[in-house]
Design a protein. Structure first.
Length: 296
């Protein structure tokens, strides 16, 4: 009798297990799916949602600056990221130390290393050959400089730090009286496509009186005016650089032997001595003649 009861109980228990097995499996699947969804949403929130960064009270000012800056379309985690090991290390440190300041690298160190991921085109500007480059390419690839060496990084404000140029280029003084306050980037452009890094029209933006047509109009200003050296060329500069054979042409040699310089007769930036100018210019020393006869 007792054996029949035990067998009946066992059979009932097996029937119950068989009955609820489907529910248990369904519950397990539901829990797994919900866990995956929650985990995915948590991952998206922590890795792709800037609001996660703003949840820290220390980030309010930086978050506002990010919203107003040029990187507002780039999520925080694109630049401020940590490896799995670093995340767990930071979590353990937070559990142990609580709200005390924690040493971390994703704030002011990691972002600078992420610049190249988006700005490779800018960094490659100036690449000519393996041994010759200028601009960003020269500073980054050839000299191994980091972005933060030249760019400021205060609250998502990454403008070039113009004081950093003088740390390496101490011998490069600024030219001209009244131009002492000029910064290097006033004339030098890192986005210029010529190796000179000086756009052709940069000077005439300020020196608007300079004619844009005529003799030597195709030359760059700094081919005659040396911004970091002697700003105003002399007659000796003209002869030594381009016009070494002019002394043997026409009456040039005679006039130079009498102590005249190139710019005594040739007005800078116009240069040509025309009929009207010859009347007043030549008559200072002798009767005016047709300037065309001067070169014979």
């Amino acid at each position: 009798m007792k054996g029949r009861k035990n067998r009946g109980f066992a059979e009932s228990f097996e029937a119950l297990i068989e009955h609820i097995k489907g529910f248990v499996l369904a519950a397990f699947v539901i829990v797994a799916v919900l866990g995956a969804l929650v985990g995915y949403r948590y991952h998206r929130y922590t890795q792709e949602d800037p609001e996660f960064c703003a949840s820290c009270h220390l980030m309010s000012d930086a978050f506002k600056e990010w919203q107003k800056g040029r990187h507002r379309d780039v999520v925080c985690q694109k630049c401020h990221h940590l490896s799995i090991f670093e995340k767990n290390q930071l979590l353990i440190a937070f559990v142990v130390k609580g709200k005390e300041p924690l040493a971390q690298t994703h704030g002011r160190e990691k972002p600078w290393k992420a610049c190249r991921e988006c700005h490779m085109d800018n960094i490659a500007q100036g690449s000519l050959t393996m041994k010759k480059s200028y601009g960003h390419a020269r500073h980054v690839f050839m000299q191994g400089m980091e972005c933060k060496a030249c760019h400021k990084g205060t609250l998502h404000y990454f403008r070039p730090n113009e004081d950093s140029c003088r740390k390496c280029h101490q011998e490069r003084g600024v030219h001209g009286i009244g131009a002492e306050a000029f910064s290097c980037l006033k004339c030098h452009s890192f986005s210029e496509k010529t190796p000179t890094m000086v756009p052709k029209d940069v000077c005439i933006r300020c020196h608007t009186h300079i004619p844009r047509k005529g003799p030597m109009a195709d030359l760059l200003c700094h081919q005659c005016h040396k911004p970091h050296g002697k700003i105003n060329p002399t007659s000796a500069s003209c002869i030594a650089t381009c016009h070494s054979n002019e002394t043997a042409v026409g009456q040039h040699g005679i006039h130079m032997k009498r102590g005249l310089d190139c710019m005594d007769c040739h007005k800078p930036h116009s240069w040509v001595v025309g009929q009207e100018r010859a009347k007043t210019l030549c008559s200072r020393c002798h009767p005016a003649k047709d300037p065309k006869l001067f070169i014979y």
